[in-house]
Design a protein around this ligand. Structure first.
Ligand code: PMV
Length: 328
């Protein structure tokens, strides 16, 4: 029996609407050209064997029915994804899974979501099950909630559909806006952010100051809706203006940091039309809207202020089967 498949899925960058999207509101996310790669081999032995060096799992092997709490952190998404797939489609088999990433899991590009999408897509191919993008989304989103308890699912959608998406929290609406590379410059702060902690921080503030935080979310929705229209025209200057407005509101929610603000101001000073943090805040990456003629100046400014310039293209292709060798 030879059942061997390789699947890849893109990482993502949040453009507008982070945090508000957790409460069922819309956001805009884009897929990046740095991908997560997953090879799955079907085996006779009823265990899951995983090698995921990028999340410090050189090798981990366990029975398929191992409780999730006994699985090491870096392996949880893969094990939960397999369990959810087997339960949904009433199938089972041993697996040998290897993952490899084009990007560091510290960037906040969504390596957990991308690997989850790769595993579920790969299993559907291995078991000959036709799966729509929405059905794929539902299993992967359940997996994310099983492992981390919170999340809107925007990163899962980016890994599946690719391009730049308008996404409403929980997947109530998922629409592709464009497939173009956007005029963006990306800087990494060097600080790894913990999304769950930051989501809880905003929830806490919302509990103490519900009217203020809900009003901030309503303003964020206006920005997202405006950006949706502007992205169709790739209007860089206007998008930059919206990025600055969105950043101000994220500052108000208390999730920006000195390192993020430092890179954001440096980019604006170097000629970007606008800049903001991307994702949960607390660290990870910032994005700047600027024409390509300004990229090298912004890159230098980011590096001078302690950040790392990340050369990424946006609007990348969603999940895809790279190699397949299956005999039924
Ligand atoms: O930390 P990231 O890049 O995964 O982004 C989190 C974005 C939030 O809106 C804060 C959470 C979510 O799941 O939408």
């Amino acid at each position: 029996m030879k059942n061997n498949i390789t699947v890849s899925a893109p990482g993502k960058l949040m453009l507008f609407g982070e945090h508000a999207v957790v409460y069922g509101l819309p956001c805009i996310v884009t897929a990046v050209d740095q991908r997560m790669w997953t090879n799955i081999i079907r085996t006779q032995k009823l265990t899951i064997k995983l090698a995921a060096p990028e999340v410090k799992i050189p090798k981990f092997e366990a029975d398929i029915n191992i409780p999730l709490k006994k699985v090491p952190q870096g392996a949880k998404f893969v094990f939960a994804a397999v369990k959810n797939f087997y339960k949904e489609y009433k199938v089972s088999s041993g697996l040998d899974i290897k993952t490899r990433s084009d990007f560091s899991s510290s960037f906040g590009f969504g390596s957990s979501s991308a690997v989850t999408v790769c595993v579920v897509k790969g299993l559907a191919e291995i078991f000959g099950i036709k799966i729509s993008n929405k059905a794929l989304f539902d299993i992967c989103y359940k997996t994310i909630l099983d492992v981390q308890g919170v999340g809107s699912g925007f990163d899962i959608a980016a890994a599946i559909w690719g391009g730049t998406l308008y996404f409403v929290g929980g997947g109530k609406k998922i629409a592709q806006i464009s497939k173009e590379n956007l005029p963006l410059t990306v800087g990494y702060t060097g600080v790894k952010a913990d999304t769950t902690t930051l989501v809880k921080k905003v929830a806490e503030l919302k509990k103490i100051k519900p009217k203020v935080v809900n009003s901030i979310f309503n303003l964020i929705v206006l920005i997202v809706e405006d950006a949706k229209k502007l992205l169709k025209k790739a209007n860089c200057e206007e998008l930059g203006r919206l990025a600055n407005l969105n950043q101000g509101l994220l500052e108000a929610l208390g999730i920006s940091t000195f390192e993020l603000s430092n890179l954001i101001y440096a980019s604006r000073g170097a000629g970007a039309f606008g800049a903001k943090l991307s994702g949960a805040g607390g660290g990870d990456c910032m994005i700047a809207f600027a024409p390509p003629t300004k990229t090298s100046k912004i890159k230098k400014a980011i590096e001078k202020h302690g950040g790392t310039f990340l050369p990424v293209k946006t609007g990348a292709e969603g999940v895809r089967v790279e190699k397949i060798n299956i005999k039924r």
